[in-house]
Every structure is written in C-alpha cells, then in structure tokens.
Write a protein that binds this ligand. Structure first.
Ligand code: HEC
Ligand code: HEC
Length: 216
C-alpha cells in the first residue's frame, strides 16, 4: 500500500510538472490585478479576500492558483458535480485566462488567522496523528505525504495537491463524505475516494478539527 502510494505520488508530481510546462506555453500566467475585478463575482460567498465567514463556502485565500483553475473547469465540465450553485457560478467564468487571473488573485490573499468554528483539542490531537501517520490498520496513507506539512500543500508547482490546512471544518467534512459516497469524483486516479472510503466518520471529524486550526 505504502509503496504503491509512493509510486503514485512520484508519478503525479511528474505529471503535474508536465502539465504545468505545457500549460505555461498555452497562455499567460494568471494576473492577480485583472483577477481582483473578476473575483468580485465570487466574494459574496467566498469573501472578497477569499476568507469566507461561512463553512458552506470554502476559503480560497492562499489556495494554489492552478488548483482553483482545475476546480472551476471541473465544475464547468461536470466532472465535479457535488454542488449546483457553484456549477452555475463556474459557468460564468468565460475563459481559461479569467480562471487563472481569479486564481492568481486568491492565491495571493493572506489566510485569516482564526478558524470560524471552535476546535476540540482532543479530537484535533487524534486528527493530527491520522494526518501524519495514517492508519496502518485500515491502510490509510498519511495525508501529509500529499498535502504537505500542516496541510499547507506542497508548492505552487505541484498544485494537484491542494492546501487543506486552515480550511473550514464543516467544508472539509463535507468533501471527505462526498469523496466517500462518490458525490465528488474529480480526484485524479480516484486517490481521494480510495482514502475517504477507508476513513470512519470519527476519523473524518477528527482530522477536520485538526486541519481547521492549521492557520499561518
Ligand atoms: C452563490 C455562492 C457562490 C458564489 C458566488 C461562488 N461560489 Fe465557489 N463555491 C460555492 C460553494 C457552495 C462551494 C462548495 C461546493 C461543495 O460543497 O463542494 C464552492 C466551491 C468553490 C471552489 C472549490 C474550492 C476547493 O477548495 O475545492 C472554487 C475553486 C470556487 N468555488 C471558486 C469560485 C469562483 C472563482 C467564483 C466566482 C467566479 C465563485 N466560486 C463564486 C459557492 C459559490
Ligand atoms: C495520494 C495522495 C493523497 C493523500 C495521501 C491524501 N490526499 Fe487529499 N487530495 C489529494 C488530491 C490529488 C486532491 C485534489 C482532488 C481534485 O483535484 O479535486 C485532494 C483533495 C482533498 C480534499 C478536498 C480539498 C478541497 O479544497 O476541496 C480534502 C478535504 C482532502 N484531500 C483531505 C485529505 C485527508 C484528510 C487525507 C488523509 C486522511 C488526504 N486528503 C490524503 C491527494 C491525496
């Protein structure tokens, strides 16, 4: 299991850089100044600086530009079908360049300093263990291997692995349950579904408490 995942991660890292190299030639990089105007459309739900005050709407502040672009396109193409409201909003982003500009704007915004929901310290400690060590009994691989230390992501060059540290607790819980039930199925090679299906509801809650507190 562990070896297989390592190979998968190495492969994905390679794939990501290939995609980025070809993507870089396909157009201009995102322009955060142009993106700021476009992002006005998104601010009512996600917060104008990407720090939404409501857990139904994920924080976009500090998220990688290319992960944001991927999600917008996945909603547009119906590959991510776990929210009709957001699918409607994605349809209003007219071009790849617009998506990149918006992504560049949000990536530059500092993350808020506090979680919006209280964090249960005991649960967070359990979640931290799962995040770093996985669960060898059920074959869950440690989240840190793909999502980086404290869930801060790997780097903008490996933006296939999103930042999840500092994300709203209840949004994280929803995504993990959506991956588990296949309501969300846009993860490359089904790797998140594979993991989510092995997580108990208790583990999902614990790791989400932990992650929601990992702010800068
Ligand atoms: C009317 C509310 C609303 C507006 C306006 C809106 N969104 Fe969303 N967005 C959502 C909801 C709800 C979700 C979470 C869907 C889910 O539950 O999985 C979401 C999710 C996302 C995600 C996925 C984030 C992640 O961590 O995977 C991205 C990216 C995103 N929105 C970008 C945008 C952009 C860009 C705009 C403006 C063009 C925008 N949204 C406008 C409601 C909205
Ligand atoms: C083998 C690599 C890998 C491992 C290990 C992994 N993830 Fe992921 N995860 C991904 C990828 C890739 C995505 C992005 C899916 C997409 O493109 O939509 C993702 C997405 C997510 C999301 C959705 C983020 C968002 O903003 O909507 C959450 C939540 C998440 N992972 C939580 C976890 C947790 C918790 C663990 C550990 C129990 C974990 N992941 C382990 C690869 C991994």
């Amino acid at each position: 299991m562990i070896k297989k995942s390592r190979v998968l991660i190495a492969l994905l890292g390679g794939l990501a850089s290939l995609l980025l190299v070809s993507g870089a030639h396909a157009g201009k990089p995102g322009d955060p100044v142009a993106g700021e105007m476009q992002a006005g459309l998104c601010g009512g739900c996600h917060g104008f600086d990407g720090n939404s005050p409501d857990a139904s709407f994920p924080r976009l502040a500090g998220q990688y530009e290319m992960y944001i672009v991927k999600q917008i396109r996945d909603f547009q193409k119906g590959h991510r079908a776990n929210n009709d409201t957001m699918a409607g909003m994605a349809a209003m982003v007219a071009s790849l360049q617009d998506a990149k500009d918006i992504g560049a704007f949000f990536e530059k915004q500092p993350m808020a300093k506090k979680p919006i929901a209280p964090v249960d310290k005991k649960l967070a400690a359990k979640g931290k263990k799962l995040f770093y060590n996985g669960n060898p009994k059920s074959g869950v691989y440690g989240c840190v291997n793909c999502h980086g230390d404290r869930g801060m992501g790997k780097s903008p060059n490996i933006a296939v692995f999103p930042r999840i540290g500092g994300q709203h607790r209840d949004y994280l819980i929803k995504q993990l349950k959506d991956f588990k039930s296949n309501a969300r199925a846009n993860d490359p090679a089904g790797m998140m579904a594979d993991i989510a299906k092995k997580l108990s509801d208790k583990e999902i809650t614990a790791v989400s408490h932990y992650l929601s507190a990992q702010l800068p």
